[in-house]
Design a protein around this ligand. Structure first.
Ligand code: PLP
Length: 408
């Protein structure tokens, strides 16, 4: 998921070494540095529309918190200080720090810290395979998107600053991908109610779904994009947000400085590393190739599903795919959590040398079994074949390890 350009990429490693000989650190409130400025320009050029202003942090969690604070500072600059509440969705993950965890709709990860966090998740995901609102996908008229309006009405638009979403769900729902009309409807509701739309692209950004940002898949423009993980190919910690021009201008006009940040925000080593990763992606046409590879992987996974009665759903985009398990012939019946189906598949894969990410309990905090596949963007076709073969063998292993009668 993070080492999207593979290990031992000499171009990226050499760029870090070169920067180390030039300058290792500057502090953000007194200084800028060349790699930081170059990276800001590169991100602004890659990000959709007028998302042109960048602020850096070190982890995805910190960047999600930057987005939260940016939304609040923006509305403050607009003279609307009551617009503070963030709305988020269940079965989502935005990070482990308290603000980011508050926004995360990952029930298991929230439980232990419930006394510290606030309740941001109020919407369900657009999950047509098992609609959380129990609607029929062909007749629902995007009920899940319209539910946002209901929530805004309850809180009052004057008290809501932003909605944060993962465009394609990562760890908290393995590859759940909305129907095409979902995000355009969500954007329409956000605009109508003057609420910022934040896309958390920590997983999906920088090529993972076959575009630089997943927002490009729909005819929409988020106000803030959060990025992390793949921007450096895993060679250095770096994350951040990129925001629309209007947000920057409103704050500048009112003299509101966005001074929040960390000691290592915009660190020259990390920025030189990210610049080298982006240059590598561009010069090797990695993102376009990831889109083509994604189509191939989708075909291979869907062919595998046909042979595995315990696979109930294959979903995702580009090189981010979820494989969900269920029983009862069509796979529609859920496994009991005590069966430990997800863990069994993850272990069987690991024993064969295939790393898949566990995602369970996403339906209600208890039920739901799936694994997430997120291979490096440089995966070859032969490696994709191995991936699918190893996964299929591991699922068959899990099937033979189920308790008697549980497959029925
Ligand atoms: C969508 C998303 N946002 C935020 C985060 C948090 O990133 P980090 O682990 O770098 O703090 C993650 C981590 O997996 C994530 O998947």
């Amino acid at each position: 998921m993070t080492v999207s350009l593979g290990h031992n990429n000499r171009e990226i490693a050499d760029a870090i070494k070169k920067q180390l000989d030039l300058l290792e650190f500057t502090y953000r409130s007194q200084f800028t540095n060349e790699p930081l400025e170059e990276l800001c320009r590169a991100i602004a050029a890659l990000a959709p529309g007028d998302l042109d202003y960048v602020s850096f942090a070190n982890s995805g969690s910190e960047a999600a918190e930057l987005a939260l604070k940016m939304a609040s500072s923006y509305w403050g600059a607009c003279g609307r200080p009551t617009k503070q509440r963030i709305i988020s969705r269940w079965s989502s993950y935005h990070g482990c720090t308290i603000g980011a965890l508050s926004m995360s709709g990952n029930a298991a990860r929230r439980r232990e810290y419930s006394s510290y966090i606030s309740d941001c998740p109020v919407l369900e995901l657009p999950f047509c395979h098992r609609c959380p609102y129990e609607k029929e996908p062909d007749h629902c008229n995007l009920f899940c998107a319209d539910y946002l309006q209901k929530m805004i009405n309850r809180f009052g638009a004057d008290h809501v600053s932003a909605l944060i979403c993962e465009p394609v769900t990562g760890a908290s729902g393995a590859g759940i991908t909305p129907p095409d009309g979902y995000f355009p409807r969500i954007q329409e509701i956000c605009r109508k109610n003057e609420i910022l739309l934040i896309f958390d692209e920590v997983i999906t950004g920088f090529g993972r779904t076959g575009t630089y940002f997943a927002a490009e898949h729909w005819d929409i423009l988020p106000d803030i994009i959060v990025f992390g993980k793949g921007i450096t190919g895993g060679y250095s910690p770096l994350s951040g947000i990129v925001v629309r021009q209007g947000i920057h201008e409103a704050m500048e006009e009112k003299g509101v400085k966005f001074t929040t940040g960390h000691t290592f925000s915009g660190n020259p080593l990390a920025c030189a590393c990210a610049m080298a990763a982006i240059s590598y992606m561009k010069s090797h046409d990695i993102v376009k190739k990831a889109a083509d590879k994604g189509l191939l992987l989708e075909k291979k996974l869907k062919a595998m599903k046909g042979c595995c009665p315990l696979v109930s759903d294959i979903r995702g985009k580009g090189l981010l795919w979820g494989v969900e398990f269920g029983k009862g012939g069509t796979g529609k019946t859920l496994f009991e959590p005590e069966e430990g189906v997800t863990e069994k598949v993850v272990k069987a894969c690991f024993d064969r040398g295939l790393i898949v990410y566990p995602s369970s309990g996403y339906l209600d905090g208890v039920y739901g079994d799936s694994v997430l596949l997120s291979p490096p963007l440089i995966i070859s076709e032969g490696e994709m074949d191995s991936l699918v073969e190893l996964l299929e063998a591991s699922i068959n292993d899990m099937a033979t390890n189920l308790s008697p009668g549980s497959e029925a």
